[in-house]
Design a protein around this ligand. Structure first.
Ligand code: EPU
Length: 435
């Protein structure tokens, strides 16, 4: 396993380009199964999760070619409706294969995705959506088995206790577009990644009204065809770089962004006093002013994204005053907190809120990443901290940030990828010094 060694305290300067969105690309790979034609996806981030998805489709019989590091060609002429457990268990997003398989083959058998460190991640809303469109769904031997012989267009509500479900909505849409009749999906998620999926499906011949809203009206068609589609920019990656600029007092330009996807996040940073300018598809930050404390509540889009909550906790840890960060999507998604405490942050957890008393500076320490966004938060903290920070288990990071250390290094940060054994060597040599 690799780790990162970060020497903090350097302001980030220069330009960085945001990659394509992982959370858009994964359902788009699944959507390519809705046709037996060829689909070409561009601006796909080069990430381990994308490689898992490509492997799963290949195992199912699709021809999957990597054209270059960010473009893929998928031709699923003949596929089976089963996905292998060894691959599916590695990635929750494989649940969004259910919709396309049932739509095209009238059958799907996908192993139930496992638990997740960011909290309870049930699939009851996915199941309800499939059932609402006439599918029979059974769980047997840890496998979700769907029989879609009798699917029909229907009006269904697909929201849940925590609001809408992103991949659950993706499943419902991908089933409805090839289901005979008229479907109305009330309570749909309207994240930009869902809009991207709808836009690609329309290119493939789907009939969808209400794109970008919570109410989607879909007229099922008999057949979809292939298309070429460019994945939208990753709003979470863009937000992460912006926080890096804010934390290090840098002079940073973030290119290739879509600010319409980042409204609540940009509004928060503006109201906390960060100076930045927005141009057509870039953000420039040139600021080392002290920010005001932050008050954040995560919510489904257009609310503040849960996928930037951990990174905002890192920023609040170095923002003087009392910040309150409340998590409403995954109430227990705070695995980064104990690690930030190791770096000198002052955070107490009260239910699903983190109360953070910002200090002037964090101090480097060995820390452990528990999940993708926690890894990003710890790296941001390391960039700001004095001394060395060692971030372990960065395979989580590799699932969702393309070339993170290269991009940070280009901006002037000191981030080094090393084998894990280097950390024990460093600890034993400092123990020798003490002895
Ligand atoms: N939920 C249910 N039942 C369900 C599905 C969801 O109760 O059947 C609940 C969840 O427990 C959660 C809420 O609904 O409380 C929202 O979950 P959602 O289904 O929207 O999450 P997801 O589709 O599994 C996607 C992203 C996540 C991101 C969430 C929320 C992908 C591949 N994953 O997950 O991304 O946090 O939406 O925006 O799109 C990440 O990138 O780090 C990540 C975890």
């Amino acid at each position: 396993m690799d780790i990162f060694r970060i020497c903090g305290g350097l302001a980030l300067r220069g330009e960085v380009k945001v990659s394509g969105s992982k959370n858009s690309a994964l359902p788009l790979f699944a959507a390519s199964l809705l046709t037996d034609d060829e689909t070409i996806l561009e601006n796909v981030p080069d990430l381990s999760d994308i490689n898992f998805m490509a492997e799963i489709l290949t195992e199912m019989g699709a021809e999957v070619y990597r054209i270059d590091s960010n473009s893929w060609k998928i031709r699923p002429t003949s596929i089976v409706p089963y996905a292998p457990y060894e691959l599916v268990r590695k990635m929750r997003a494989s649940i969004c294969l259910l919709g396309p398989l049932v739509a095209r083959l009238k059958k799907a058998e996908i192993p139930m995705p496992g638990g997740c460190v960011i909290g309870n991640r049930p699939i009851d809303l996915h199941v309800r959506a499939l059932q609402g469109l006439g599918a029979d769904v059974q769980l047997s031997g840890g496998i979700v088995k769907v029989d879609g012989k009798n699917i029909f267009g229907n009006s269904i509500f697909i929201g849940g206790r925590h609001g809408s479900t992103v991949t659950g909505t993706a499943n419902a849409i991908m089933l409805a577009v090839l289901t005979p009749g008229h479907s109305v999906l009330e309570g749909s998620a309207c994240e930009p990644e869902i809009t991207d999926l709808c836009n690609m499906l329309v290119k493939m011949g789907a009939k969808i009204e209400g794109i970008g809203s919570h109410l989607l009206k879909i007229e099922g068609v008999n057949k979809l065809h292939g298309c070429r589609h460019t994945v939208i920019p990753d709003r979470i990656e863009a937000g992460t770089y912006m926080i890096a600029g804010a934390m290090t007092g840098g002079d940073l330009t973030i290119n290739g962004i879509e600010h319409a996807h980042m409204g609540s996040f940009l509004d928060l940073l503006k109201s906390s006093g960060l100076n930045f300018t927005l141009n057509e598809n870039k953000i420039q930050i040139n600021d080392n002013s002290t920010l005001n404390p932050l008050e954040v509540v995560t919510l489904p889009f257009p609310g503040f994204p849960t996928d930037l909550q951990a990174q905002i906790c890192a920023l609040a840890s170095v923002t003087p005053g009392l910040s309150v960060i409340t998590e409403r999507v995954y109430p227990s998604r705070f695995m980064h907190v104990p690690e930030l405490l190791r770096m000198g942050a002052h955070i107490s957890l009260e239910g699903s809120s983190a109360i953070i008393r910002g200090s002037q500076k964090l101090t480097g320490a060995p820390v452990m990443a528990s999940d993708l966004r926690a890894s990003a938060a710890l790296i941001l903290a390391g960039l700001e901290a004095t001394g060395e920070t060692w971030v372990q288990r960065i395979y989580h990071l590799d699932r969702g940030y393309e070339n993170f250390e290269q991009k940070l290094t280009q901006l002037g940060a000191y981030v080094e990828r090393l084998p894990e054994s280097e950390l024990s060597k460093s600890i034993s040599s400092s123990n020798n010094l003490i002895n």
